[in-house]
Design a protein around this ligand. Structure first.
Ligand SMILES: *[C@@H]1O[C@H](CO)[C@@H](O)[C@H](O)[C@H]1NC(C)=O
Ligand SMILES: *[C@@H]1O[C@H](CO)[C@@H](O)[C@H](O)[C@H]1NC(C)=O
Ligand SMILES: *[C@@H]1O[C@H](CO)[C@@H](O)[C@H](O)[C@H]1NC(C)=O
Ligand SMILES: *[C@@H]1O[C@H](CO)[C@@H](O)[C@H](O)[C@H]1NC(C)=O
Length: 317
């Protein structure tokens, strides 16, 4: 029993090899390949192409699958030649723009992301069949640019810059990148957080933290451009910038009445705790050392009130 089965198998293999060696049959279906966009925006159309050389064979059918489900079949001998299987998929094939090599999908939903395969079969006598697959992801784009948070507008050398870049909900989450003066920051400046999945919306968001100590190298003419970019495959790219000024230490002459032209406060919105503390101390000292005039007393009072206001504003942040 077993022996005859093996014999039959061997015979079949020999027959197959013989058939394949016959001229004309060897040159059947070949060079089957697909051109499928790796990413498409939700709601866009997508054109999927299956290329093949049929040579002297005749085409029997071309079948398209999403996962294991067939959604389109082209059989030239039938009338009409095409058949769609739409009910079980959310795939909307535009049949007037589809044929033996192309399949045109309308208004793609995110749910169809995944593996797409083209199966080409030749007719008798060869019946060659090839199947080739590629992934296509239908992307939901973020509705807004990446957002930079926690970055101040001024830093001194030695300060720590620590902030976040976050991308709005999308699917998949965007790839975020930080840049300083248009140079991508090294990995040791970064802290990567897990992608957040928003199950109700079927969307995702990403956060990338930047953290580094400011050195002279980060400033060009006392300015530093911080930028965060968000990318999704090759179909989405947006960026957000923040300009930073170098904050130089202020030198206050002690024992001299402060010059009204050297008004030492930062502009509103500037944030630097060390600065305010420094001002409080130096002004109190200045007031003590020299014999205070009425103007000086008034001045240090104003300074303290101002500094207190700034400090409060900082604490509120
Ligand atoms: C196709 O058939 C023709 C004629 O029968 C033959 O000359 C040609 O070599 C064949 N082409 C291939 C690629 O086999
Ligand atoms: C198939 O349809 C596409 C348009 O979707 C067209 O560009 C192509 O020429 C057609 N090919 C054939 C063999 O009809
Ligand atoms: C950045 O975002 C992460 C995650 O939400 C948070 O844990 C972290 O504290 C944030 N960092 C800064 C500097 O705001
Ligand atoms: C993010 O970048 C990685 C590495 O370059 C890449 O493999 C991935 O596809 C990208 N993801 C998106 C959503 O663009």
């Amino acid at each position: 029993m077993q022996r005859s089965a093996i014999k039959l198998r061997r015979l079949l293999v020999i027959a197959a090899v013989y058939l394949a060696s016959l001229p004309g049959l060897a040159a059947g279906l070949r060079n089957v390949n697909v051109r499928i966009p790796s990413a498409v925006k939700r709601g866009d159309n997508a054109l999927l192409i299956c290329n093949y050389d049929i040579e002297n064979d005749t085409l029997y059918s071309v079948k398209w699958y999403r996962g294991r489900r067939e959604f389109y079949r082209y059989t030239p001998k039938e009338n009409p030649a095409w058949k769609t299987f739409r009910k079980i998929n959310e795939i909307d094939v535009e049949t007037t723009q589809s044929n033996a090599s192309h399949v045109f999908l309308r208004n793609v939903p995110t749910s169809i992301s995944g593996k797409f395969a083209c199966e080409v079969s030749a007719d008798a006598p060869g019946f060659d069949t090839y199947i080739v697959a590629a992934d296509m992801e239908v992307v939901e784009l973020p509705t807004q640019r990446p957002i930079i948070t926690g970055i101040h507008s001024r830093y001194r050398l030695g300060d720590v810059v620590n902030g976040n870049c976050s991308s709005d909900y999308s699917k998949p989450a965007a790839n975020l990148t930080w840049w300083i003066n248009d140079i991508q920051v090294p990995p040791n400046y970064l802290r990567i957080y897990d992608i957040q999945r928003h199950l109700a919306e079927h969307l995702e968001s990403a956060v990338l933290e930047i953290n580094f100590v400011v050195t002279v190298h980060h400033f060009i003419k006392s300015r530093m451009k911080l930028k965060c970019s968000a990318r999704i495959h090759d179909i989405y790219a947006q960026e957000t910038e923040k300009m930073i000024e170098e904050d130089r230490p202020r030198i206050l002459a002690s024992g001299r009445s402060p010059d009204i032209n050297m008004y030492p406060f930062d502009q509103p919105g500037d944030v630097d705790e060390h600065n305010e503390l420094f001002l409080i101390h130096s002004n109190v000292a200045a007031a003590r050392v020299s014999s205070p005039t009425l103007l000086q007393l008034l001045w240090s009072g104003l300074c303290l009130v101002g500094a207190w206001g700034n400090l409060n504003r900082n604490l509120e942040r």
